[in-house]
Write a protein that binds this ligand. Structure first.
Ligand SMILES: [Zn+2]
Length: 350
């Protein structure tokens, strides 16, 4: 059988509403194909959904099929049969293919950069040593459970009802692997062989809970979080250093003799731009140290130096009788790189 052509054919040949059953169950629950039973009511088969008697229609004109003896238009027989047959296939074969998946985890650091890590789980055919039909897990029974190397894999067949959140949560809580196989888009009248390919290999499937998948996701998350926390710590330290530089008073108590604020325009500047100044005049000890390119011969006493001041100080300064003794605080000058301006002062009482 050409599997790819076969699955493409389903897209155009889907017939979910068929009432014609090719398979039915007999009085002891065995699945029977129309070709395996006697004609008419003596087929001894019932509809798996409504349990009413079926007749085997095996005439010369129409294709052979089962029909409800009471003539009722039962639409559920086909999907119930599909579900029953799928469970039988899993019980007989005790194997299932799981799908490969790309796993991605990403998160954003304090600087707004995204960090993404990926891993994958490979496609695998899991062979069980044992299969149990509808094991009792308390509040529900999965369709089939396979024992794969000592670990139970629960399998749910999705024909009309998807696994709900409650069941998914319970599987996750008890860390029990569960695979859902989606047959909802398949025609309801597949042959046993066609259905076998779909159930075991071809139909879409996904882990409701997969311990291997969860472990890989957790490892990725831990790794991403470590990277982000490392970057965030560095950024936090940088911010701390920056804020220390701004708020710590760099002069330890100076004598302020006066202040001057004003504004004007300059002919020297392009376009006669307005400018404003703000100065504090402070007493400073005359330089008493040499530098790399200046050798001090002698010095003593004080000189007047000016400090750029923010005009937010004007109202405060106007209330003082000079000279005053104060500690200065500096802020970076807007648009001036590493230059600083006096933005606060605290009077030192003597
Ligand atoms: Zn029925």
């Amino acid at each position: 059988m050409n599997l790819i052509n076969n699955s493409q054919q389903f897209d155009v040949d889907i017939n979910k509403e068929t009432t014609e059953l090719k398979y039915a169950v007999n009085e002891i629950g065995d699945i029977k194909h129309i070709s395996e039973v006697e004609r008419g009511l003596s087929c001894n088969c019932i509809c798996p959904y409504c349990k009413s008697a079926l007749v085997a229609k095996k005439g010369d004109i129409k294709s052979h099929h089962f029909a409800h003896h009471n003539g009722e238009d039962c639409l559920k027989g086909g999907e119930t049969m599909l579900h029953l047959m799928s469970k039988q296939i899993l019980m007989d074969e005790k194997r299932v293919m799981t799908h490969g998946e790309l796993l991605q985890v990403n998160a954003e650091d304090a600087l707004g950069f995204h960090h993404e890590l990926t891993d994958y789980i490979a496609t695998q055919v899991l062979q069980g040593s044992d299969a149990v039909l509808e094991p009792n897990l308390g509040s529900y029974r999965p369709d089939v459970s396979l024992n794969v190397k000592g670990t139970w894999l629960d399998i749910e067949i999705f024909v009309t009802h998807q696994v709900d959140d409650d069941k998914a949560t319970q599987q996750s809580t008890r860390k029990r692997d569960m695979l859902e196989i989606d047959l909802s888009q398949l025609p309801r009248d597949l042959s046993m062989d066609e259905l076998k390919e779909q159930v075991l290999y071809l139909a879409p499937r996904n882990y409701i809970y997969g311990s291997n998948r969860e472990a890989k996701l957790e490892a990725l998350t831990t790794k991403v979080n470590q990277t982000i926390s490392h970057i965030n710590q560095i950024e936090e330290k940088r911010k701390q250093a920056e804020s220390n530089a701004i708020t710590v008073a760099t002069d330890d108590s100076v004598t302020i003799l006066g202040f001057k604020f004003g504004s004007g325009f300059s002919n020297k500047r392009h376009g006669q731009q307005d400018f404003s100044i703000g100065h504090l005049f402070c007493l400073s000890k005359v330089q008493d140290y040499s530098t790399r390119n200046f050798t001090l011969s002698a010095s003593g006493g004080y000189e007047v130096i000016s400090r750029d001041a923010s005009d937010c100080l004007i109202e405060t300064l106007k209330t003082y009788q000079f000279p005053i003794q104060a500690k200065l605080e500096y802020s970076p000058k807007p648009d001036m790189g590493n230059k600083f301006v006096v933005s606060g002062l605290t009077i030192v009482t003597s």
